[in-house]
Write a new protein. Sequence first.
Length: 549
Amino acid sequence: MTDLHPETASPVAQGAAPLLRWEGLSVPLPTGADRPYAVQGLTLDLQQNEVLCLVGESGSGKSVTALATMGLLKGEMSHTSGAIRFGGKDLTSLAPEARRHLTGARLSMVFQEPIASLNPFYTAGAQVSETISTHSTRPAPEIRDKVLALFEEVRLPNPEQIYRAYPHELSGGQCQRVMIASALALDPAVLIADEPTTALDVTTQAQILSLMLTLRDNHRTGILFITHDFGVVSEIADRVAVMRYGELVEIGPREQILTDPQHDYTKTLLAAVPKLAPRASRPVSGDPVLRVESLSKTYRSGGVLRRSRREVQAVLDASLQIRPGETLGVVGESGSGKTTLSQCIIRMVEPTEGKVEIAGQDFLALKGKHLRAARRRVQIIFQDPYTSLDARQKIGDAIAEGPVIHGASTRDATRISHDLLEAVGLDPVAADRYPHEFSGGQRQRICIARALALQPDLLIADESVSALDVSVQAQILKLLSEIQAERGFGMLFVTHDLRVASQICDRICVMQQGRIVESGAPDQLFANAQEAYTRALLAAVPGATRVFG
């Protein structure tokens, strides 16, 4: 069923009183929602020195459970029933101030988006220091020493420099480590981590997971780890709890859940996990729809009269080509240049030098109306479907907008919109609805329909499935493959997940520090990687069978 291989779990004291216990927890959804409760009748416990993974699709109630535990729900959803017991007290029955004091000092939470969780106006050191000063009377020098020690513990390079840095000056992995340091600042008994590795590349993800296990072992912390990735589960979990539509459907030790699941829903989730197994190669022919030659992008900043000027080589001498019906994957760590390369191709960012041909046209030489006309040949799907759509625009209008701009009549554009909604598995009547009325997977289908509305020769998918549940991810990958087979466009597929790349790509380019260091068919690349960097990426894939030597 799956190629996940459980490792040895942490020993948890049998029969010990739970560190944290949810007893019949129910959280109501606002009036008019698709079901009465976000979480219904949840009874579950977390032990000391345990990593309990809470898994399930989007909307299953995982994050709501975490927010209810921390007392962060608002409006109708804050009227919970049942009990959340910690330290002999029911957190739901405490006065607001008493609950804030207890949860702030003894329970901590790490959120999925570290950049969104950090204040851009304060340095990393100041933000972690505030956590300590709010709950203690320690003098400032002692707090500073504590923060630097925490930065060392979470393996941040050069803690002094990180202390003075602002969030925008740090990578995604470094920001996540700062958030973990903040969560550990008061030595909490419980750490809740809500999808903390979803948007991270495989090597950074592996480092964060290793860090979590170290924290469990060194501090005997109970960790509630929320994820939709069973690869992560296989690396970190002691026990696994599976939620669906707000209810707990299965719970057990990691080995049992991964190798002998009892509930059909758990079996479905495991079957959808992408495996590091390349698909069969497909013959492609015809002139390239994309040809990139010696493309480079250099960012320059700072300095007056050229003094102290900094240069960052984001892309260096990149060359590639894609034929009709072919999918080329671009993989690499965060900061490797993947997204910059795709943005240079589509001219969201102007390259410093090089050549880009799309459907035989010199794309970098085009200007004005000629560039506008040529843009219809290349479209892009972004990582976050919600921010990619105008919240005030009906989705039918969003899909029809491109054809209208390029000369189609309103009637023809509407027909195109309805046809594409049907093609991506949505009812055409949904054209009159707004983005917030759809799930994440449905919104990504809408973004795919919008990208296809101009019948492009080249489609760029930039981390377009990385934030989706494994089951929804599998549906989107299948949808892209089917539509590509039908319409014959070439696709540049940017991802940090080699498992996903192996499922959909005909060839893969590996990027490191702006350079394409290796490329080839997935089966050849995975079985006989020449570069140490490529082998390191493969080794960091969570829960995957190692198919290379």
